[in-house]
Design a protein around this ligand. Structure first.
Ligand code: HEC
Length: 125
């Protein structure tokens, strides 16, 4: 009879250890997710990597960064000619970007960004 009470104590101790073990696993997991979230945040804050679903929006952002200083914030022109006159189609714009006529620098943007900026300019005409 004297040994009987020991079992419940041992069982409680084992349960307690299991609980501590389980909680530490949960803790590790949460730590891992937080680290992953921080990485995502870093990407979102990087404006260069910004993704646009709409090519016109991408084009507008490229225009403002690369073209507006010479062609005006509203495409009204400046040191470069106005681009809101309907004189240029997509090919003219992409050619101008590639070749850089006159004092316009060549290859300011390329590929998808060049196409997007052309679409944006046409959408404003
Ligand atoms: C450093 C100033 C400058 C920047 C930046 C600039 N341009 Fe120009 N752009 C010019 C000038 C100057 C001309 C006129 C060149 C000429 O014909 O002598 C011109 C001409 C053009 C033309 C007309 C080409 C033609 O066939 O007559 C287009 C279209 C054009 N630019 C688009 C753009 C786009 C799109 C961007 C941004 C990616 C851009 N430009 C950035 C100065 C600039």
């Amino acid at each position: 009879m004297r040994g009987a009470p020991l079992f419940p104590f041992a069982a409680t101790a084992v349960l307690g250890l299991l609980l501590v073990f389980a909680l530490s696993l949960v803790g590790l997991n949460i730590g891992g997710e937080e680290a992953a979230d921080e990485n995502n945040g870093a990407e979102e804050n990087n404006a260069e990597e910004e993704e646009f679903d709409d090519p016109i929006e991408l084009g507008e952002s490229v225009y403002e960064g690369q073209c507006a200083s010479c062609h005006g914030g509203e495409l009204e022109g400046g040191s470069g000619p106005p681009l809101d006159t309907g004189d240029y189609d997509e090919n003219d714009i992409i050619t101008a970007i590639e070749e850089g006529p006159g004092s316009m620098p060549a290859d300011l943007v390329e590929g998808e960004e060049a196409e997007a900026v052309a679409e944006f300019i046409i959408s404003e005409n």
